[in-house]
Structure formats: structure tokens, C-alpha cells
Write a protein that binds this ligand. Structure first.
Ligand SMILES: NC(=O)c1ccc[n+]([C@@H]2O[C@H](COP(=O)([O-])OP(=O)(O)OC[C@H]3O[C@@H](n4cnc5c(N)ncnc54)[C@H](O)[C@@H]3O)[C@@H](O)[C@H]2O)c1
Ligand SMILES: [Zn+2]
Length: 359
């Protein structure tokens, strides 16, 4: 087992990473009260729920199995979590355990932030995306019909428990989507890691457990540092959004159904790098190399058919990073150095959109 620390003073917590931790990690010791509610979904419950419950045989352990899908990341589902907690009389010292991907993690984290004005929660992420990104950093939310993640809170977990073995059951498409966020860390702040990923691409693609575990560790290390530096995204945390402004436009345009988040981010990162090339900040070899790796992971390198530059501009104007009407984008100054800036040639943005939309 390897352990990282998210350094946030009194809200600091560990990230434990290892094979088989679902069974072997002494989870009960991490619980302060004598009540636990494990929340998961109907896909993950039959696979892993019974591995967790025995840890809590010494206390009141309730389980809640939610329907699976981003479509259920809603206030309505949140209410069903509160209903279950109330029905089982959970008190302020209860601990919620989020067993699942980012959807479960975001929703259970938000439930923990709200229930009785805040209770403990533990992240047990089961997708690559959740292991390298969403379970670390304390952003929690549900969706509103008019916008993704629009209702939420910052609420840090007590710990993050990453059992790398659970990836064995993850569909390849989901693994690839999570991998897009792994590449992101290399691009924005860790050139050594980026080169390591290039060198080890074959091993990672074939799910070599040691390589995957190293990629998870180094991703979490990067995320932990960014979060420790800027917990509530007043500054540098926004750099984690490389490719996300383009990606969110794609997710919105495709109704959050056809494309996975990581897939939209993959082509979004390529667009950001393409624009950085046009601005003369990075060389075209970086873009070509990235396109190559994405293609090997069968991640998209083109925008959805039919999307136009105007549609992108329109959807991107709703981005959270718009300030005073200025669209700020995360771009690369060089490999490993990202900036968030509104100070770019608008012509380069237009050219990138036109190149990717084939217009
Ligand atoms: N809080 C953050 O900082 C943050 C960051 C990035 C993304 N997110 C959020 O994360 C969500 C996406 O997360 P995700 O990609 O994990 O999607 P997800 O939670 O929907 O999981 C993807 C699918 O894989 C299934 N699954 C999960 N673990 C499995 C396993 N081990 N074996 C087999 N199947 C498994 C799930 O049931 C689901 O069907 C989005 O809602 C996004 O907004 C949050
Ligand atoms: Zn993301």
C-alpha cells in the first residue's frame, strides 16, 4: 500500500492506494461514531458491496443502493439518501461511505456536506476517473436540469481508499475515459509523468496492474498538490480544467448521453493543445503525439459530427471560467506548464474550432 496526504490543515486526509485494500484496509478504525451508511449503485453493489460491509460489523451499518447513471445525479436522488439516513436514525456522528464512480462520489459527498450541516464521509472510488480525479479534492455536487454540477459544496472526505483491483471489472471505454484525466496531469504540470506515460503506454493499455497503480499514484499526487495549494479554486486549481471548456460544450451539445466526460475532455485537451500550437507556445509534435496516444486508447480526436464553431462559442460562453464576458481558457505555455488566460488571439480560437469542426 502507498499513501499520499492531501495537506489541508485540519481538513487533511490520506489517500491509500493498493491492490486488495477493499478487504485488507482497517476501515472501521476510520469511523468516529457508531453508524455507517454505505451508498453505492445497482451495478457496483453485486460486485463489491459485500466486501465492505464486514468491516463495520461492530456498528450500525446500513446500505443504500441507488440506480446507476449520471441521469440520477439529481436533487431527487439526494433526497432519497436523506430519507434513508432519517429512517435509520443516523446522527451527526454518522459516516457515509461512497462506493462507486464519480457520480456516487459527488452525490454522496454532497449528501455528507448537507446532512445535519455536515457529517464524515469516506471515498471508495471504483472507476479510474474517480480514483485519479473526482474522489480527491472535496468538490461535491448534483446536476440541475439546466446545468451540470450546478448545486454543490466543498466537503473533503476523511480518507480516500483506492483498491486498484476493482478496475478489473471496469469496461474498457470507462477506463479510457479516466485515462484522459491521467494524461491531463502530465500535460498541465508534470512533464516527467507525461513522458513516463508515453513510454509505458503499451503496459497501461494492457492493464498491467503495476503500471496502472503507478499512474494512479502519480495522478493523485498531482491532484493532491493542486488541491492543497488552492482548495476552493481561487487560482491554480482551474488549471485542472484543461480541455474541459471545449469538453463541456461537447457534453452539453450531445445531451450528456452519447459521450463520456473523459471522452469529451480528450478531444477538448487536443483542441487546447492545437490552439497553443497556433499561438506559438508549444510545437506541433506535442499535438501529434497526444493525438496518437488518444487514438490508441480509442478516445475521440474529433468533435461530434454536426457541431459548429458558433455552437461551441455559444455553449462556451456559459462556462464557469467566464469573467466579465471574457472567455478564459486553459492553454499550454509549454509541456507541463498550463495557464488560464483570456489574453489570447481570438483568431487562434476560431481557427481551432474551424479545424476541429471541419468548416
Ligand atoms: N468532484 C470532482 O472533482 C469531479 C471530477 C471529475 C468528474 N466528476 C464527476 O464524476 C462523474 C463521472 O464519474 P465516472 O466517470 O466515475 O462515472 P460513473 O460514476 O457514472 O461510473 C461509470 C460507470 O461505471 C460503473 N462502474 C463503476 N465502477 C465500476 C467497476 N469497478 N466495475 C464495473 N463497473 C463500474 C458505474 O456503475 C457506471 O455505470 C461525473 O458526474 C462528473 O461530474 C467529479
Ligand atoms: Zn474532468
Amino acid at each position: 500500500m502507498r499513501t499520499l496526504q492531501v495537506a489541508l490543515a485540519e481538513r487533511s486526509y490520506p489517500i491509500h492506494i493498493g491492490a486488495g485494500l477493499l478487504d485488507t484496509f482497517p476501515l472501521a478504525e476510520q469511523v468516529r461514531g457508531n453508524q455507517v451508511m454505505i451508498v453505492t449503485n445497482e451495478t457496483i453493489a453485486p460486485l463489491y458491496l459485500e466486501r465492505l460491509t464486514p468491516h463495520f460489523s461492530g456498528c450500525q451499518c446500513d446500505t443504500l443502493v441507488l440506480p446507476d447513471g449520471e441521469a440520477f445525479k439529481t436533487l431527487e436522488t439526494l433526497e432519497s439518501i436523506f430519507d434513508a439516513l432519517m429512517a435509520k436514525r443516523h446522527s451527526r456522528t454518522t459516516t457515509l461511505v461512497a462506493l462507486g464512480g464519480g457520480v456516487i462520489g459527488d452525490m454522496v459527498g454532497f449528501a455528507a456536506a448537507c446532512y445535519q450541516r455536515g457529517v464524515d464521509f469516506i471515498q471508495v472510488p471504483t472507476t479510474l476517473l474517480a480514483q485519479v480525479d473526482s474522489s480527491v479534492g472535496g468538490k461535491t455536487a448534483v446536476n440541475h436540469p439546466r446545468g451540470k454540477n450546478m448545486i454543490g459544496a466543498f466537503h473533503q472526505p476523511r480518507l480516500v481508499l483506492i483498491d486498484t483491483d476493482v478496475l478489473a471489472s471496469l469496461p474498457q471505454r470507462e477506463l479510457a475515459a479516466g485515462y484522459a484525466e491521467v494524461i491531463k496531469y502530465g500535460l498541465i504540470r508534470d512533464p516527467d509523468f507525461y513522458h513516463w506515460l508515453e513510454t509505458n503506454n503499451e503496459r497501461l493499455l494492457s492493464r498491467d496492474t503495476e503500471a496502472l497503480s503507478e499512474a494512479i499514484y502519480r495522478s493523485c499526487d498531482n491532484k493532491a498538490q493542486v488541491v492543497a495549494d488552492d482548495e476552493t479554486e481561487q487560482g491554480n486549481r482551474a488549471l485542472l480544467n484543461l480541455g474541459h471548456t471545449f469538453g463541456h460544450a461537447i457534453e452539453t451539445a450531445t445531451g450528456y448521453s452519447k459521450w463520456l466526460h473523459g471522452e469529451a475532455v480528450a478531444v477538448g485537451m487536443l483542441m487546447a493543445v492545437n490552439m497553443s500550437v497556433r499561438l506559438g507556445w508549444v510545437d506541433a509534435g506535442l499535438e501529434a503525439g497526444l493525438a496518437d496516444v488518444l487514438a490508441q486508447w480509442q478516445l475521440p480526436v474529433a468533435t461530434p459530427a454536426g457541431m459548429t464553431p458558433d455552437q461551441f462559442m455559444d455553449l462556451m460562453s456559459l462556462d464557469k471560467k467566464v469573467q466579465n464576458g471574457q472567455l478564459r481558457l486553459v492553454l499550454l505555455r509549454q509541456l507541463g506548464e498550463a495557464v488560464v488566460t483570456a489574453d489570447y488571439d481570438a483568431g487562434a480560437l476560431r481557427q481551432t474550432l474551424e479545424a476541429f469542426c471541419g468548416t
